[in-house]
Design a protein around this ligand. Structure first.
Ligand code: NAD
Length: 411
């Protein structure tokens, strides 16, 4: 499998070339400012002491404090965190947020650990990281394998160490512990809003349109729920246990309930197919909401849809991008499509700073405004310059970062 940071570099170089980004700045911005690696022991419920390796890549703070998720997954590696941190920087810049980019995680399989062990591992990690994070310095959030419970444990542990009530140093917390209404649904909702904006731009009526979705965790399930509300029909869903289709469409609400109870789609009432069969399904929309590098090279040849949306980070490689472009399939790129999560994380951070709680309607309206305005900006740039939306999103984002860098560092 391709190294994720190599994919990131290729996308970066293409945007630098086509967007006339200044070459010294282009080189500087690609490299993360800080690469933090911590090794820490955790005493598990069994009494065994296990060593864990955690990463935190602080990519850029040109626009504000570092911001990005923490991932618990058996495939976490340094170069993956670097790429994901770079994309966070670009995402925040594209959305004009006063935040930088970061990412981190621990390489282990959370499914193999009890809830109590997860708590001890989370507290161990935040204890090892606390010097490097903070409301005005670096603000982690949930990602694959982590959730509001993990953010609560980490926030409480850093509060104890720092003897503070401040809870703005993490986002994605539970509502009871300073989290924001609308944060859990935000990324999936943002994916849905991007699709609606695309449909408006293309004069497409989405009612009765069909879709398939890979990944049925936080992003995938909230996206499916949103598209259900638009009157769209789901032809297939997939997760780490396989791909599930149904002639009479997937009942999304049943699938969400099943997944919540069984922790995966394994055994869900439907027909199981291969990944190739799944991605060959004719539908209007394909949504990638699992992990990176899921659609690589020739795999894109199977895709038979009008538009593909990247709910996940980096799910499509350069070769697949070219194939999709040649097939005339629009790709709504990750740094735009899944930016709803960091937008509402920003709202959570603001609420924490101001000691306020905002209403859900207010948050949804603000998210709508940001997602539709940013989509429009990227769409118009891509049409005017006859380039893929990914390249346009990169160019807009890098140009904004370059302007800020020039002012900040007198460059
Ligand atoms: P999650 O852990 O809640 O869900 C991940 C889903 O992907 C699960 O359904 C899992 O079974 C599935 N999956 C894992 N490996 C797979 C494989 N090999 N093949 C098919 N399916 C597989 O994670 P999430 O928070 O939904 O994140 C999904 C993606 O979205 C990640 O790329 C993440 O970085 C990105 N993202 C998440 C957020 C957020 O707010 N959670 C924000 C922006 C981007």
């Amino acid at each position: 499998m391709e190294n994720l940071n190599d994919l990131c570099k290729k996308q970066h170089d293409l945007a630098v070339k086509l967007g006339n980004i200044e070459s010294n700045f282009a080189n500087i911005i690609f490299y993360p400012k800080n690469e933090i690696i911590v090794n820490f022991p955790v005493k598990l419920e069994s009494g065994k002491i296990e060593m864990f390796k955690g990463y935190r890549i602080q990519h850029s703070n040109i626009l504000g404090p570092y911001k990005g998720g923490l991932r618990f997954h058996h495939d976490v590696y340094l170069d993956e965190c670097k790429a994901l941190a770079y994309w966070m920087t670009l995402k925040c810049s594209l959305q004009s947020l006063p935040l930088g980019g970061a990412k981190g995680g621990i390489k282990f399989d959370p499914r193999l650990y009890s809830d109590e062990d997860m708590k001890r591992i989370s507290i161990g990690f935040s204890g090892a990281l606390y010097k490097y994070i903070g409301t005005d310095c670096d603000i982690p959030a949930p990602d694959v394998g982590t959730n509001s419970k993990v953010m609560d444990w980490m926030t409480a542990s850093v509060q104890r160490i720092n003897r503070t009530h401040d809870n703005g140093m993490f986002t994605g917390k539970s509502l009871e512990y300073g989290g924001s209404k609308g944060r859990s649904e935000a990324t999936g909702r943002g994916v849905g809003l991007c699709l609606q904006s695309w449909a408006d731009a293309k004069n497409v009526n989405l009612v009765d349109n069909t879709y398939i979705i890979q990944g049925f965790g936080n992003v995938g399930s909230f996206t499916a729920e949103y598209l259900d509300g638009l009157g769209m029909h789901c032809k297939g869903i997939g997760d780490h246990t396989g791909y599930y289709v149904s002639d009479s469409f997937i009942n999304v609400k049943d699938a969400i309930k099943y997944c919540a109870k069984n922790k995966s789609l394994e055994g869900f009432d439907s027909v199981k197919v291969t990944k190739k069969e799944f991605f060959s399904i004719r539908c209007n929309v394909v949504i990638l909401a699992a992990l990176e590098l899921q659609l690589c090279g020739d795999e894109a040849l199977y895709i038979n849809c009008d538009v593909l949306i990247e709910g996940a980070n980096g799910p499509t490689d350069i070769d697949a991008d070219k194939i999709l472009e040649n097939k005339g399939i629009d790709v709504i790129p990750d740094i735009l499509a899944n930016s709803g999560g960091v937008v509402v994380s920003y709202f959570e951070w603001l609420q924490n700073l101001r000691k306020e709680y905002w209403e859900l309607d207010d948050i949804r309206r603000k998210l709508y405004d940001r997602m539709t305005a940013t989509f429009k900006k990227v769409w118009e740039h891509s049409r005017e310059n006859k380039m893929a939306m990914r390249t346009s999103a990169y160019i807009l984002s890098l140009t904004n970062l370059q302007k800020n860098y020039e002012i900040k560092y007198n460059f």
